[in-house]
Design a protein around this ligand. Sequence first.
Ligand code: ADP
Ligand code: MG
Length: 683
Amino acid sequence: MAQLQTDVRYISGIGEARAKALYKLGISTLRDLISYFPRAYEDRTRLFPIRELPVGEFACVRAMISAEPTSQRTMGGRILVKARAVDEGGVLDLLFFNQDYRRSQLRTGETYVFYGKVEGDLLRRRMVNPLLEPDGQQQLTGRIMPVYPLTAGISQLILSRAIRQGLDACRELLPDVLPDHVRQSHQLCYVNYAYENIHFPDSPESLDVARRRLVFEELFLLTCGLHMLRSRRKDVAGPACARADLTPFYEKLPFSLTGAQRRAIDDAVGDMVSGRPMNRLCQGDVGSGKTMVAAACMWFAAQNGWQSALMAPTEILARQHYENLSPLFAQFGLTCALLTGSTRAAKRREILQQLQDGTLSVCIGTHALLTEDVVYHRLGLVVTDEQHRFGVNQRSALGQKAENPHMLVLSATPIPRTLALVIYGDLDVSVINELPPGRQKVDTYAVGESYRQRINAFLRKQVSQGHQVFIVCPLVGDADTVPDERKAVTAYAEKLRQIFPDLRIAVLHGRMKPREKEAVMADFAAGESDILVSTTVVEVGVDVPNANTMVVENAERFGLSQLHQLRGRVGRGSAKSYCILLSDNDGEETRRRLKVMTQTNDGFKISEEDLKLRGPGDFFGARQHGLPSLKVADLSCDMRLLEEAQTAAKELMADDPGLEALEHRQLRWRIHELFSLHAEGLN
Ligand code: ADP
Ligand code: MG
């Protein structure tokens, strides 16, 4: 008797070798097998008359062979079988390459159904190597065929046969995790119907019904699981803070904060006085001033006698934060230190000592903050900047340095709120949707190689006017080899030096020692080089107001959100700023993507487009955030359903927070199962 956990070798036709191949697809049990959903479908239900066959598309047609097929050898030595089929209104030519058996198979006067890509023109249509079967057979045509992602050794046919068997074996075994009342009130089908029709739909309608149920279920489970995680956290106490007036802090700032910054600060301070640990994501576009939100929180924590740690993804960024914030904190008598991988041993010892005895109020740094020997006297607030560079694991590792400290996460990837709830799952969200006054937009151009001369002239002109230029090169390499950043960037800079022998060209890449990077960046910031050639290491945070122009080579290789981040490096000063996206790829997709960049400077809009075009999986690397991955839901088009599932989950969890009711048992088990796989990331 099969169980959901039964090994796939249970299926006839699946032996050692195929089981191994299936394992590569993430399939080892029957449950995995039937949960391996198609990537796409081919609709072979609709039969077209020959006259109406859509040229350029795949389609089905029923037609009669009207003359004996012929066979000949082509110039290339292949065997070509030609046949002709007709229906009431048209003639269809059929060509088969290297399928000599078709000549005897196709009987004159018999009717067949053909499926293939329609070629030719409106007068005479043609199919090359179509699939075919006798009319009435309905195995290859007349239905909607699933298309699965494959791996070597596994064909569509093997997979769909195995899944057919798997579904038959599991029919009575699949528990319905959706409580009846939820299923009914959201008009969702039964679980068996859903599994059957997601693989082998009767019609486009039944596919929709099946898919809707599975997407809902997936998002519902995810939301319920996150809810349970959050409520688990809410059972513990956070570092105690008393409400305090922030005016003294605001008064010392060189500018007044935007309304959005103040709202984010109010949210965070509200969390910190709530008695529970804060767990908040503050997201805002590049340049929206997230650092000040963090600073206000750190100041507030210090007023309450707590130490704060601020972790940045790169040394450059950590230093910049330190240089901005330590004079500000000094005005309040708060001490602040910078701790990174390149902090010298003696200095490091001193900092560790001061963290431990509580002399230091604020520590800013990189991953170095995570090392074991860093011990805090009274750590109350942990801020991580540019969160998508860190996994949940690292975030929580810093959190381990104290018992349930307040956590604030800053992210410059603006994403729709509902989606943020999925991606950042266990966090509350504040959005800074307003830029400080006086920001100007960066003029952006997407151009091809033919503009090279003009771009060079343009760069020269910018430099001669006293400005500086960033040039970003992508890492070029194929999938198997780790691209050598140093080589790519250095070779590029060499070429550039030949074009601009009189300009000062500096190079920055990820393989350099932190100290070298620092030095290069500092020189550039001080105006001692004109052009900085780098990899995406400049992507985050760095502030060089005098740099007004950015060129991105092979721009098609970057995601839109990443391009937006990169572009955020310019437009920080008073000069008019430019971003030039170079790409030789003039595919329609590329052009459309890059065009978005030229049309808007709004990070939210850009990330929405990115989402539509690439899906959220790519966004941060789906795994990184430690949540179960989504198999059916496509957040770029299922946002409505996401909201519906989130509402339903919220209602259910309000009624039964621990999912203890009998009818919620299956749901609770499934959530535990899903989340425990990833449990290490979720504490
Ligand atoms: P990001 O959100 O990208 O981290 P930053 O915090 O680095 O942005 O802020 C970008 C720049 O804007 C910094 O130079 C900062 O001092 C400045 N800034 C922040 N808030 C304001 C404000 N309310 N008014 C004017 N300038 C501001
Ligand atoms: Mg920042």
